[in-house]
Structures are given as structure tokens and as C-alpha cells.
Design a protein around this ligand. Structure first.
Ligand SMILES: Nc1ncnc2c1ncn2[C@@H]1O[C@H](COP(=O)(O)OP(=O)(O)OP(=O)(O)O)[C@@H](O)[C@H]1O
Ligand SMILES: [Mg+2]
Length: 453
């Protein structure tokens, strides 16, 4: 059963179409003119539209253009009187799926509808397939805590509620968000991610809600925001805990009202978006400290998924290692490696401050450095970045007499230089191993006065 919108000013035509379409088991909404059609379109969701070329007031082509700009995938079948064939042809060039001439014939309509819906289904399927390619890794892990995470993903995928995903750096929060989207009814629609930590405060509003041409210096053209791009899909607000208080107020309003205005815009835009949010901060205590709005917290924290740290699920380590070792071996066309039992023990004792991301990096290094299987405990130790662990004893003495800030900078510098050395100066690789975005690493390099060479 499909939801079909019929737009025609002639009662008779709407009546005929409605009868035929309902007989075929579809749900039909009607509009007498363009204005009405766009209102219905803004409120509800349709799989197919019948649109008269000639409409009083706003013409059919203009309505078509507006519909296409909102949802270019939607099949629109133009209905045209004999004298208006040229316009119908133009409509097809503008993106309409098909046109039907008046007087309407039953067979023609039934055929056009089934073709259009089939076309839409194929497009949907393609999209879902394409979206699934955006999953970087399969979600690995059968430990008790991960089974609970999987259950929660299933549960979250079945409903439309907002989900707050919590967990340390590199535990797989983003992977969880993508899994929820892909298993949900919105799978073939966009999954749009906003990294709240990476966007400067001055740009966040335009990034989220878009802007009109001329809204501010540099706004040379109208631009859609991420919220609008996520229409009918999922919006993933990553690192939500890093959003400034003023930005939180704007997000709250959009979440509450389901609508917003572009920066410099007059018109309120209504979208259907499912929101997932993630952070590695303890949001509840951020609320207590006054750094995160309580009302926004409760809006986002409807379902909660806590992704456990890797050290809390050491049973998953061998499977994760196998998965990544194979993945990188295939990519680098290197021999497949297995772990010796002793190597496994070393891995299980490591504290994994960088969680799965750190483990993934270790595997990448092992694949490149080790030629012979099985991997020994020593080879694993050599490739673990247990800088802090080894240095634990002389760590405090190394920073003796320094202010906390200087010590922090010195430590940061040491880790960054270490990572750069490891990656042979490759900035994005170094950033990855540090769990930073390349842009953030760049900023740090500047701040710490580290030369690129
Ligand atoms: N259970 C898992 N199975 C396989 N791969 C995983 C798993 N968890 C995480 N990964 C991989 O580890 C890396 C880090 O995961 P992800 O980016 O989802 O973490 P995150 O929690 O969002 O981290 P951050 O807080 O630093 O943004 C990614 O490459 C991801 O594909
Ligand atoms: Mg993340």
C-alpha cells in the first residue's frame, strides 16, 4: 500500500483517481491547488504524486519544482489536457516521472502507478545498499555487555524515539548510531552526521539550519543545513556534550518544535528527522555543573545506550583482533596473522584507554610490521602504545615543578611527536591514532609550536 497525493482542481478527476487508487489498495490524499498540495506535502509523506499541469494560481510546473527541491526522489505523474502536452514534456525534463493524458484511462493509470512504485522501490533499495557501505566495520563482540548493546540497537531501530549514546573515546558510538539507522525504517533515507565539537560556535547555526543568501558575509548562496538534509532520515549529533550553551538553546528549540529557520530566513522549515546523539562526556554531571542544559538532556535521553569500554569486555578482544588483522592483511595484501596465546594474554591485560580505535590501530601496525605468524607476546608489547603504563613511575617526576598547564602541554607534545614519528609524519594517520580529527591535530600543532617537517 502506498500513500498517494492527487493534485487537481477538477473534482471529477480527483474522484476518478481516488476510486481507482483506493481500489488498488492505496491511501489517497487530495489537494485542489498548489498551495494545498504543498501544505499536505510539508505535513505528511507520500510515495507518489499525481499533479495536474494546469492549476489555478500556482501552476503545476511551479508546484513540481517545489516538490522536487524537497524530495527529488519522489515520483510525480503529471496529468495533462491534450493541449498541454508540451508542458507535460517539460515537466518530465524537470524531473517528473511520467505523464498521463486526459481523459484518464483506467489501464493507463494502473500501469503508471505500478511502474512508478516499482521504480521507487528499486531506488530505495539502491540507496539502502549504498548507505550500508558507509559502515566502516561490522559490529564485533558477543560478550555479555555487547549483547546488551545489540539488544538496545534492535529496540532503538524499531521505534522513532531519540537515543543518547554514551561511552568513552573509540568505543564504537558512531558505529552504533549507524547500525540503528540501517536497521530502522529510515534505512534508505539519509544518515547525516554533525560533529558538534569540530564546528566553531559562530558557524554551528548555519551548519545545522542552513542560511539564506546574504545572511552574513560569505553567505554567497542559499545553503541547506544538516537538519534539512536529514529530512525523513536520521540526524546524528556527535559530541553533543561539546555544544556551547547558546547553540544548545537553538538545538533545543528545533528538537522541541520540529521546525527551524535558516539563518537570515523568514520561513519556518518543518522536517521529519530522527535524532541520535552521542558524547564521551558524562552528560548528567555536565548538567549538574551547569554546562549542559537539563531540558535538552531530557529531550535527547529518551533511550540510552551505554557502550562499554573495551577493558570491561576483554572476551571480545580476540574476535576483534582476528577481524581487524584479516581486514588489514587483505587491504595491504600481506600474510594473514594469528595471535599466540601469550600475545592474547598481553592484549587482555592492556587497559585500552583508546578502546576499539586503539586496538584497530595496533592491528594495522602489526600487519605492517610482523611477517610471521603467530604473533608473539613481545611483538604485541612492542606495538602497544602503553606509554603511560611504562612511564607511570617516572611520569610524575618528569613533570615535577611544572604548573599543571605546562605539564599538560608537555605531555600532549610528547604524545603528538610520538604519534607523528610512528606515522612517519602522516598527519591524518597520527590524528587517527591519537583519537583526534586531523583539523584538531592541526590546531594543536600550531598551539604547541610543532613544525610540520
Ligand atoms: N564493536 C566493534 N566492532 C568493530 N569495529 C568497531 C567496534 N567498535 C568500534 N569499532 C571501530 O573502531 C573505530 C572507532 O569507533 P567509533 O568511531 O564508532 O567510536 P566513537 O565511540 O564514536 O569514538 P569517539 O568518541 O572518539 O568519537 C571505528 O573505526 C569503528 O569502526
Ligand atoms: Mg565518534
Amino acid at each position: 500500500m502506498a500513500r498517494i497525493l492527487v493534485v487537481d482542481d477538477e473534482d471529477g478527476i480527483r474522484e476518478i483517481l481516488k476510486d481507482i487508487l483506493q481500489d488498488e489498495g492505496h491511501q489517497v490524499a487530495e489537494a485542489q491547488n498548489g498551495q494545498e498540495a504543498l501544505e499536505l506535502f510539508a505535513e505528511g509523506f507520500f510515495d507518489l504524486v499525481f499533479l495536474d499541469v494546469w492549476l489555478p494560481g500556482m501552476g503545476g510546473l511551479e508546484v513540481l519544482e517545489k516538490i522536487m527541491s524537497r524530495n527529488s526522489e519522489l515520483p510525480v505523474i503529471m496529468i495533462s489536457g491534450h493541449a498541454r502536452i508540451e508542458q507535460a514534456v517539460r515537466a518530465v525534463k524537470m524531473g517528473a516521472y511520467d505523464f498521463i493524458e486526459k481523459p484518464l484511462s483506467l489501464d493507463r493509470i494502473v500501469l503508471a502507478v505500478s511502474k512508478a512504485l516499482e521504480f521507487r522501490a528499486i531506488k530505495k533499495e539502491n540507496k539502502a545498499l549504498k548507505n550500508s557501505l558507509f559502515i566502516e566495520d561490522n559490529l564485533i563482540g558477543e560478550s555479555e555487555p555487547m549483547l546488551r548493546v545489540r539488544e538496545k540497537i534492535e529496540q532503538a531501530a524499531r521505534v522513532e524515539s531519540r537515543v543518547l549514546i554514551l561511552g568513552e573515546n573509540g568505543t564504537g558510538k558512531e558505529l552504533v548510531a549507524r547500525e540503528i539507522h540501517l536497521r530502522s525504517a529510515r534505512a534508505e533515507k539519509p544518515f547525516i552526521e554533525v560533529n558538534c565539537a569540530a564546528i566553531p560556535d559562530t558557524l554551528i547555526e548555519s551548519e545545522l539550519f542552513g542560511h539564506e543568501k546574504g545572511a552574513f558575509t560569505g553567505a554567497v548562496a542559499q545553503r541547506k543545513g544538516k537538519w534539512e538534509m536529514a529530512h525523513e532520515g536520521t540526524l546524528f549529533l556527535d559530541e553533543i556534550g561539546d555544544l556551547s550553551l547558546p547553540a544548545q538553546a537553538k538545538v533545543l528549540r528545533a528538537v522541541q518544535e520540529g521546525q527551524f529557520m535558516r539563518v537570515g530566513g523568514q520561513e519556518s522549515i518543518r522536517v521529519d528527522v530522527r535524532i541520535l546523539a552521542a558524547t564521551n562526556k558524562d552528560l548528567a554531571s555536565e548538567v549538574k555543573e551547569g554546562r549542559f542544559r537539563e531540558d535538552l538532556f531530557y529531550r535527547l535521553d529518551v533511550l540510552q545506550i551505554m557502550v562499554p569500554a573495551l577493558r570491561e569486555r576483554v572476551e571480545d578482544i580476540p574476535k576483534l583482533m582476528t577481524y581487524f588483522l584479516e581486514k588489514f592483511a587483505a587491504r595491504e595484501k600481506r600474510p594473514r596473522l594469528v595471535l599466540s596465546p601469550e600475545a592474547c594474554d598481553v592484549l587482555k591485560e592492556h587497559p585500552w584507554p583508546g578502546n576499539v580505535r586503539e586496538l584497530k590501530n595496533v592491528c594495522e601496525r602489526l600487519v605492517v610490521c610482523v611477517d610471521e605468524s603467530p604473533i608473539t607476546a613481545d611483538q604485541v608489547r612492542a606495538n602497544l602504545q602503553n606509554f603511560l603504563l611504562e612511564k607511570k613511575n617516572d611520569l610524575s617526576s618528569a613533570f615535577e615543578g611544572m604548573s599543571l598547564n605546562d605539564a599538560k602541554n608537555a605531555l600532549e607534545k610528547m604524545m603528538i611527536l610520538g604519534a607523528l614519528e610512528h606515522s612517519k609524519g602522516n598527519l591524518s594517520k597520527a590524528a587517527q591514532s591519537l583519537g583526534l580529527y586531523p583539523s584538531a591535530l592541526h590546531v594543536k600543532l600550531k598551539k604547541l609550536g610543532i613544525e610540520k617537517s
